[in-house]
Design a protein around this ligand. Sequence first.
Ligand code: SF4
Length: 87
Amino acid sequence: MAKVKRLKITHQPKCTGCELCVMETQRQLKKVGLNDSLIRILKKKGSTFQVELDPQIQNLNIQAISDICPTKVLKTTEKEEFEDEGF
Ligand code: SF4
């Protein structure tokens, strides 16, 4: 069995909308600007934000993305997956 790391949203209400995670994602993709990011931060009513992750985010350095989040909204989790044994 192989362990697979995944980026998860854990404490969404704590998101401040700072977009540091978006900037880190764009930096890794060598993209300028915040358009077409694999993470979207949507402003909701009041001062709350909704975080959306594109599944392709899992292909990036997700540890760096979770580390940059000041309020620990984003977290990497590790889970065991069965390897394809070719049968
Ligand atoms: S870095 Fe964290 S707090 Fe900032 S926008 Fe992203 S998820 Fe929200």
